[in-house]
Design a protein around this ligand. Structure first.
Ligand code: SF4
Length: 212
């Protein structure tokens, strides 16, 4: 008890000396340093994540543009890259027979995006958006009458069939699962809006809020 009493005045003194303004510049300096550190961390985080995702999407768009503009020639000259982007493997020979269909699909999707505003809107994913492997559960939930596991679509492949996706194998399994294309664009994060659910007539997911 005694000790506590003897220490209290010192504590008060220090406190009061801060209050009289003598320590104020130091306090501001610390605050500024903390602010700078925070800004540095934020910027480093932005470079590590959003900037990297945006750069990857811009490169992908330019690359696909070159493939389509050269009638697929650029893609055929760089098949390992196509294979890596869409099939998650550099072993391009494994999926060689899919490439002509993918090229056709590329033109088809491009034409759909030009023609149908609804489709263009639905396909859009922000440049800096995080790649995703599953829907955002903050805005989606499983439909009440969905009786299967969350990690399966059971026998359904409506969304893939609706756009005639050529990346399904003969058991209707997605060959592009978990690839760059799948994670960075719509497949991995589907659905993100109610409009998408209606368009693809998906029986599995519903949006949690009516604004989406
Ligand atoms: S429409 Fe829905 S349930 Fe069917 S495959 Fe697509 S995401 Fe799965």
């Amino acid at each position: 008890m005694k000790e506590r009493h003897t220490h209290q005045p010192h504590a008060y003194k220090e406190h009061s000396s801060r209050r009289d303004g003598r320590h104020r510049p130091r306090a501001i300096a610390i605050t500024l340093n903390q602010w700078r550190q925070l800004a540095r961390d934020q910027f480093a985080g932005f470079l590590r994540h959003e900037a990297r995702w945006a750069a990857a999407r811009i490169l992908f768009t330019v690359y696909m543009g070159l493939c389509l503009a050269t009638l697929g020639l650029f893609g055929f000259m760089t098949l390992p890259v196509i294979s890596r982007l869409f099939f998650n493997t550099w072993r391009f020979w494994r999926f060689g027979h899919y490439y002509p269909w993918m090229l056709l699909q590329g033109y088809k999707v491009f034409a759909m995006m030009l023609r149908d505003f609804r489709y263009r809107f639905m396909f859009s994913v922000g440049l800096t958006e995080q790649p995703m492997k599953s829907p955002d559960r903050n805005i989606t939930r499983l439909a009440g009458n969905w009786v299967h596991e969350e990690n399966t679509c059971h026998n359904c492949s409506r969304c893939c069939e609706k756009i005639g996706c050529p990346l399904l194998d003969d058991r209707d399994m997605c060959l592009s699962y978990n690839s760059f294309y799948w994670r960075y664009y719509l497949c991995g994060r589907f659905p993100t809006t109610r409009q998408q659910l209606d368009y693809y007539n998906c029986p599995k997911w519903v949006m949690r809020y009516k604004d989406f």
